[in-house]
Design a protein. Structure first.
Length: 157
């Protein structure tokens, strides 16, 4: 008797690194070799991609928010999900002052408007930290460029 196993792309990516040779080949046969060799920045181009990578329903994972700050609240929720997906399980250790944490930096001075300036890295000894930092400069720069519209919704009125 044959059983059918359904597996999401998100779960396939999680299982692949530690899968046995035979199971790894089954995953490759199902999803394609390129799927497992892509960089995260090749897989996450939209909010929907980030949700899919984490096994979330994009229509249900952002809270309804109304009022003058509703858009900013929803944008923050979206960026939390995007950052989690891009970081692939990495979480900042805010007790480790030697661990760099990166985030996009935007110039919002009068006359300049909203523009990306550069990526900045920092370290901190605080026990309270941001969910919107990244494990590498490359990811922070990518997020700032790829999701600029969401950052703009977070930071501006």
């Amino acid at each position: 008797m044959s059983e059918t196993l359904k597996i999401t792309k998100a779960n396939a990516l999680k299982l692949f690194p530690t899968a046995s040779g035979e199971f790894k080949q089954m995953l490759i046969d199902t999803f394609g070799e390129q799927f497992f060799s892509q960089k995260i920045t090749d897989r996450i181009k939209t909010f929907k991609d980030a949700c899919e990578a984490l096994g979330l329903n994009p229509d249900q994972c952002v809270p309804e928010a109304t009022g003058p700050d509703g858009g900013a609240i929803q944008a923050y929720a979206m960026m939390f999900i995007i950052a989690r997906a891009l970081n692939e399980g990495w979480q900042p250790d805010w007790n480790n002052s030697s661990q760099y944490k990166y985030y996009p930096w935007f110039d919002m001075r009068s006359g300049v408007g909203f523009s990306r300036s550069f990526c900045d890295g920092s370290h901190s000894g605080t026990t309270v930290g941001s969910r919107l930092c990244f494990k590498s400069r490359e990811l922070a720069e990518y997020a700032g460029n790829q999701f600029e519209d969401i950052y703009k919704a977070m930071f501006t009125f």
